[in-house]
Design a protein around this ligand. Structure first.
Ligand SMILES: Nc1ncnc2c1ncn2[C@@H]1O[C@H](COP(=O)(O)OP(=O)(O)OP(=O)(O)O)[C@@H](O)[C@H]1O
Ligand SMILES: [Mg+2]
Length: 513
């Protein structure tokens, strides 16, 4: 747009300049014609006064031979051409309407005076050349009116007219030169101005806009760390600063969104895991519940005969008449029956037929009570037990004896998993925003394979052949479940096992199966 305005202005300027030069040159030509006329009139004045027409015509003939002069003619007051450099027209009569006469013969009476510019006329002659004609009146001066030779009455103001026609060719070629020069200058100026303009536009507009464009492309590609250098203090500079601010805000929003997304993903994974654990627990609870009912029936049926067998076996063993060589056999009967009684008791625990005695108890104390029963056993001789029990934990409401059994089972398992020497670390504290108390038992024993990990809570699952019943963890699971808590296990073969028990703080109603 600016370029168009500048171009138009310069072209207009050149056009007006050429027009003005043309006017000046034309005026100059007309002025030359006027000067020639004036000189001729003055030069021939004396000859006219002497009525030496021959000499007058000769002077005019001489003057008509000048380079630029196309023609000279002398017209008398009657409009007849008395002399002309073109001999053919001598003696012919001019009408008042003729081009030569029209300037002065404009009204009813002819003008006696008119400016030389008004008296001039430009036209193309018979040879096709541009010429300027100028007629000048020859006045009846006092000396003329009073001369004795050929008296002109004083009433006659104009005695005739001298018409000079001058060629405009020189003026036109001068004009053409000026025009060419001006056009050349205008083109040069246009080139210089457009170069300067494009240079300025490049530096002040194009470069910053290119920077902005590059920046927006980078932002679109997600490179939100990119910035633009604000080199100028104009609107584009301000735009660059605004762009930088916008990119910073965008990055902040993007980071926040990514953070939310990440948190959301973590939460989803967490919830999915919780869900899976809950489903597994539900399935396990179902299985344990039906198994528990069956176990309760069997245990109840076996318990009484078992008590009888044990009682009578002891009586037999104590009988003096009992043959001493059968002593070992009766002892085996008693030991195995006691083992059966233990299994039945565990089955009864598992089936929850034992009524829980709920009261407010300290979890740390329950753990300490379990440890006091285990610590001095040979199994724990080479095992370091590390206590990391958080003080002032809120009490839990539950059956302390049952919970003690849970910790005995778990700590015993931990001890049994350690081959020679090792350590067991027991930690308590608050979990789940203070809604739970947790107890974590970590050992550095043999660990549990992923395959076995799914089965350890199943009743009768054991890897301890003769020494284990496989009821310890399933009983513990049932007890914790009944206290509104949960057990989580993580283990690595060769590194050890971590079992975490969560019990609700405000749990005051033990669920009965
Ligand atoms: N801390 C542990 N380290 C390694 N294995 C473990 C651990 N705790 C449990 N187990 C595995 O889980 C199985 C089941 O344990 P659970 O306490 O239910 O039965 P058990 O210990 O085998 O027998 P019981 O407790 O009746 O003496 C164990 O046989 C053992 O393989
Ligand atoms: Mg066990």
């Amino acid at each position: 747009m600016t370029c168009i305005v500048i171009l138009t202005t310069m072209v207009l300027y050149a056009y007006l300049n050429i027009r003005e030069v043309k006017k000046l040159l034309l005026k100059d030509s007309i002025h030359s014609a006027e000067r020639l006329s004036e000189t001729l009139i003055r030069a021939t004045n004396h000859q006219m006064m002497n009525n030496d027409l021959e000499e007058v015509y000769r002077s005019m003939e001489d003057a008509s031979r000048q380079v630029d002069v196309e023609g000279i003619r002398l017209i008398n007051e009657m409009g007849r051409i008395v002399f002309s450099s073109n001999r053919d027209e001598i003696g012919t009569l001019f009408a008042e309407a003729a081009e030569v006469c029209i300037t002065c013969h404009i009204g009813s009476a002819p003008l006696s005076h008119a400016s030389y510019l008004d008296r001039s006329r430009i036209f193309v002659d018979d040879a096709g050349r541009s010429v300027v004609g100028l007629s000048k009146a020859i006045y009846n001066e006092e000396s003329c009116a009073t001369a004795a030779c050929h008296v002109h009455p004083a009433s006659i103001k104009v005695l005739g007219a001298l018409d000079v026609v001058i060629s405009l060719e020189e003026m036109q070629s001068q004009l053409a030169r000026s025009r060419t020069w001006l056009i050349f200058l205008t083109v040069i100026m246009l080139l210089v101005v457009s170069m300067l303009l494009s240079l300025f536009a490049q530096k002040l507009v194009n470069n910053p806009i290119q920077d902005l464009l590059r920046h927006t492309q980078q932002v679109a590609e997600g490179r939100l760390d990119s910035t633009i250098q604000a080199t100028t203090k104009d609107e584009l500079g301000e735009l660059a600063v605004s762009f930088n601010m916008m990119t910073t805000s965008l990055k902040k929003a993007h980071d926040e969104l990514a953070e939310w997304n990440r948190t959301l993903e973590e939460k989803i994974v967490e919830r999915t895991l919780e869900n899976q654990q809950m489903q597994a627990q539900l399935a396990r609870s179902d299985k344990l519940s039906s198994l528990g009912q069956m176990a309760a029936g069997i245990a109840h049926e076996i318990n009484n005969p078992m008590t009888g067998i044990l009682l009578y076996a002891n009586l037999i063993a104590d009988d003096k008449n009992f043959p001493p060589d059968l002593d070992d056999d009766i002892r085996i009967v008693i030991t195995e029956t006691e083992r059966c009684a233990t299994i039945v008791k565990k089955l009864l625990d598992f089936s929850r037929t034992t009524k829980p005695e709920n009261r407010w108890s300290s979890l740390n104390q329950i753990i300490e009570a379990s440890l006091s029963l285990l610590e001095h056993q040979t199994l724990f001789q080479n095992i370091t037990i590390e206590r990391n029990l958080k003080q002032n934990l809120p009490d839990i409401f539950g059956d302390a004896w049952q919970l003690e059994q849970v910790f005995i089972n778990i700590i015993l398992n931990a001890g049994q998993s350690i081959a020679d020497a090792g350590s067991i670390k027991i930690t308590t504290g608050l979990a789940g925003d203070g809604k739970f108390i947790f107890a974590e038992i970590v050992d550095n024993g043999c660990g549990i394979s992923a395959e076995e990990l799914n089965k350890i809570f199943d009743p009768f699952f054991t890897t301890k052949q003769d020494s284990g019943t496989g009821l310890g963890l399933s009983v513990s699971y049932g007890i914790i479940n009944n206290h509104g808590g949960n057990i989580n296990v993580s283990s690595d073969v060769g590194s050890g096992t971590s079992i975490t028990i969560n019990l609700p703080v405000a749990y005051n109603e033990v669920i009965q199966v």
